[in-house]
Design a protein around this ligand. Structure first.
Ligand code: CMC
Length: 434
């Protein structure tokens, strides 16, 4: 029978059979709808880490982990990386369609209008300790945006939401650059209306009165690709966090702030920082990947190869090929010979031939080469995950929007199987045994 024709699954519990509907996606993915399971059977499902649980229906991003496919709103990532800009891809993700010229101009104008931050927010930045991690600063500042930009009752809900989207996309970039400038003790550079989204970021980061930043269109194009590759990845940990926190009907800034916190972790977006630290460590220890691969395979050692493995991809992450090509091209353009490229290539080659990595379907992921690119364009290591966050923002926003517009919207509230003590009596402190 054709998989698409299967309409129900049967579940038999203690002799009683229950029919559960099967939901089929547009690409043929199938899911058993268990939304009535508990009310009908008294049972719940148990799925630690949600590896087998679909939390929503979504029309934003399609991933096929077995065949290495990634598409935003149906368009392959390869085509977007080649032809689009980050700004246009953000519009596509949020609105569902590529913009017309007029729509794109309007979107750009809105981003420009909202690119400055409230001057008082600069005092916040200045009071973080110098060693504070920029991801902690960013999540706090994004949460603080609600205080500086409260809702205006005269605005329609749609207008308010559109302004909030533009504000976030534009201001997060400005805030990231400001946090870097302040951490260096340098004067803040304001966004310029005559520069594109990516060029503006680079200028805010690197322009100084004594050395004006020269915009290089090749680097601007490469940064566009970097951010397009990070723009969405369906129900990953940070996006799931945005949806979950958003499901309590908090404001969007608070939900995005939660996403930034989730992304910070080294198993998720923080891996780009962890990869470069690992590659540097291998380089400083002679550059031989073999002992590190051995360590990664040792079950008694918590070490993992960072930038390797993925919950969904069981083959090459399609973003890696684009990232690697763009990374090598950028190094060539900037005439940089980074020894970490050799270390990374040797590590990749050796791991891909190793039976452990083959059997576990472990391939490089998007973070494997991204840090080498970021380092080449002058981004400090501590800012790597912030770069990921700027890229992922349109994805978080579009996923949040989809969830609040969903007629099946529900507060996210998983259940559990309790394995603690059964009922017992309270013992007064004087009767407790030492
Ligand atoms: N190095 C060594 N072994 C690994 C690795 C790795 N990087 N990743 C997974 N494994 C092994 C793991 O030990 C386990 O082995 P076994 O079944 O023998 O006990 C098996 O593969 C499955 O691991 P898992 O942790 O259950 O798989 P997962 O789907 O939960 O993990 C992951 C996905 C990304 C958390 C994991 O591969 C990992 O920790 N990778 C390193 C961190 C990393 O690069 N993260 C970036 C992910 S991509 C960017 C993003 O979307 O955030």
């Amino acid at each position: 029978m054709n998989k698409r024709e299967i309409k129900t699954a049967k579940l038999t519990v203690d002799g009683d059979t229950y029919q559960l509907p099967i939901v089929v996606g547009t690409e043929g993915e199938m899911a058993i709808d268990i939304s009535t399971l508990r009310s009908r059977t008294g049972l719940i499902t148990l799925d630690p880490g949600y590896a087998n649980t679909g939390s929503c229906k979504s029309s934003i991003t399609y991933m096929d982990g077995e065949n290495g496919i990634l598409r935003y709103r149906g368009i392959p990532i390869e085509q977007l990386a080649e032809h689009s800009t980050f700004r246009e891809t953000a519009y596509l993700l949020i609105n569902g369609e590529l913009p017309t010229k007029q729509q794109l101009d309007q979107f750009s104008a809105r981003l420009n209008d909202h690119s400055l931050i409230h001057e008082d927010m600069r005092y916040f930045f200045q009071n973080f300790p110098r060693l504070a991690h920029p991801m902690g600063i960013l999540s706090s500042m994004v949460n603080a945006l609600r205080a500086f930009y409260p809702e205006i009752p005269e605005r329609s809900e749609e207008e308010e939401i559109n302004i909030t989207f533009s504000r976030l996309i534009s201001k997060v970039r400005t805030m990231a650059a400001i946090s870097y400038r302040i951490s260096r003790g340098h004067k803040v550079v304001y966004p310029r209306h005559d520069l594109s989204y990516c060029a503006n970021f680079l200028n805010m980061m690197f322009d100084t009165p004594v050395k004006p930043y020269q915009i290089d269109e090749d680097i601007v194009a490469a940064l566009n690709v970097f951010w397009i590759l990070h723009a969405d990845h369906e129900q990953n940990c940070s996006t799931a966090a945005v949806r979950l926190v958003g499901s309590a009907k908090v404001n969007l800034y608070a939900a995005i702030s939660a996403g930034i916190c989730a992304l910070w972790g080294p198993l998720h977006g923080g891996a780009n920082q962890a990869v470069i630290e690992m590659l540097q460590h291998i380089y400083e220890n002679g550059g031989d990947p073999v002992p590190f691969i051995k360590k990664a395979k040792d079950k008694n050692d918590p070490f993992r190869l960072m930038g390797f493995g993925h919950r969904v991809y069981k083959t090459y992450d399609p973003r890696v090929k684009i990232m690697k090509k763009m990374c090598i091209k950028t190094l060539k353009k900037l005439n940089i010979k980074d020894p970490l490229v050799d270390v990374a290539e040797r590590l990749e080659e050796t791991a891909l031939k190793d039976p452990y990595f083959i059997d576990h379907h472990l391939y490089p992921n998007v973070d494997f080469y991204s840090g080498i690119f970021l380092r080449a364009i002058g981004i400090p290591i501590k800012m790597f995950t912030v770069m990921f966050a700027i890229g992922r923002l349109p994805g978080w926003i579009s996923q949040w929007k989809e969830s609040v517009d969903d007629p099946q919207w529900k507060l996210h509230r998983p259940r559990q199987v309790y394995i603690g003590k059964t009922k017992r009596d309270y013992i007064p402190i004087e009767q407790r045994k030492e």
